[in-house]
Design a protein around this ligand. Structure first.
Ligand SMILES: C[S@@+](CC[C@H](N)C(=O)[O-])C[C@H]1O[C@@H](n2cnc3c(N)ncnc32)[C@H](O)[C@@H]1O
Length: 293
């Protein structure tokens, strides 16, 4: 969306003085109401992104085009969406690059799909599987409302546990990115459809899921450089001389596990999925058989 002014038909956010967001899809002739305060959509259409607007009763709000993070938090959802902090990290740790060919499952509400589409750009491709028809439909609407038509998205109602099909051209995927309950069921399929040097990434909320995933990666024998981590985002309150962390935060979302598809057999040469066997400490390069020079 590149217009400087808010357009009829687009979804915008009205933001109040406390920073709360209210989503509105602009439709000429309609009236927006918020706790008895009203404003005609016509008074919002063609306003500059970031304008102050006044509702009946003198209530001032900001009219903005939502950022991608704002949008995913407020968009209609079937499945639980990923938080912006994870949506920001996944393209970096899965190394999603312009032009990449990415496999994703499950589509859910489409938040991660959009993050992937933004990262691969128009020359890239995202193939996404979703097991549920209703979620697939919600995702398609969410994606098209924010991004418009996306010819480089192939969205299929398939069960990723049963397998991953290459497209007709038979070209393997550069990246596999998973947000579904049992990624270990997809690991053998990922091993087959990823190109050598490709990257696997999965997101799961609990420790047993991480453990099963890493064991599956080990058994597949073609993955190395396996890392698991989580991130915490702590916001701060900055008011005059009172500068401190906010009292509340989202303390947990999930764990990311990342691995690299490589030539088979690397782990059987005295290496382990998470590093040196004895004490789990970082380095030493020699034990991993790596040459740092
Ligand atoms: C947590 S949601 C994904 C949310 C998504 N990443 C987003 O940001 O909107 C998990 C999704 O995986 C789907 N799913 C579960 N098992 C699946 C499978 N075997 N194949 C395809 N999709 C599956 C579920 O229906 C659900 O929509």
């Amino acid at each position: 969306m590149s217009h400087a002014r808010l357009q009829n038909g687009e979804r915008i956010h009205l933001v109040d003085a406390k920073g709360r967001h209210y989503a509105v899809t602009l439709k000429a002739g309609d009236l927006y109401q918020l706790s008895g305060h009203k404003i005609a959509h016509d008074a919002l259409i063609d306003k500059a992104d970031g304008s102050i607007v006044t509702l009946s009763g003198g209530k001032s709000m900001l009219a903005v085009r939502p950022t991608f993070g704002d949008y995913v938090v407020k968009m209609p959802r079937g499945a639980q969406v990923l938080y912006p902090k994870d949506l920001a990290l996944i393209p970096m740790w899965a190394d999603i690059y312009p032009g990449a060919r990415v496999f994703e499952a499950g589509t859910g509400s489409g938040a991660l799909t959009m993050a992937l589409l933004r990262a691969v750009g128009p020359r890239g491709l995202v193939v996404t599987y979703e097991a549920r028809e209703d979620f697939a439909r919600t995702a398609r609407l969410n994606i098209e409302r924010y991004m418009g038509a996306v010819p480089n998205l192939v969205a299929l109602r398939n069960n990723a546990y049963e397998g991953i099909q290459l497209l007709e051209d038979g070209v393997p995927f550069d990246r596999v990115v998973l947000d579904l309950p049992e990624p270990w069921q997809v690991v053998p399929h990922a091993a087959r459809v990823l190109r050598s040097g490709g990257i696997y990434l999965s997101f799961v909320p609990t420790v047993p899921q991480v453990q099963q995933t890493v064991v599956a990666l080990q058994h597949a024998a073609v993955f190395a450089m396996v890392e698991t981590f989580e991130t915490l985002l702590r916001t701060w309150s900055v008011q005059g001389r009172s500068v401190r962390p906010d009292h509340r935060m989202v303390a947990h979302s999930g764990f990311l596990t990342v691995a690299r598809k490589v030539e088979s057999g690397f782990w059987s040469r005295g290496t382990t999925p998470s590093g040196p066997e004895e004490d789990g400490s970082a380095e030493p390069a020699e034990e991993n058989g790596k040459d740092e020079t």
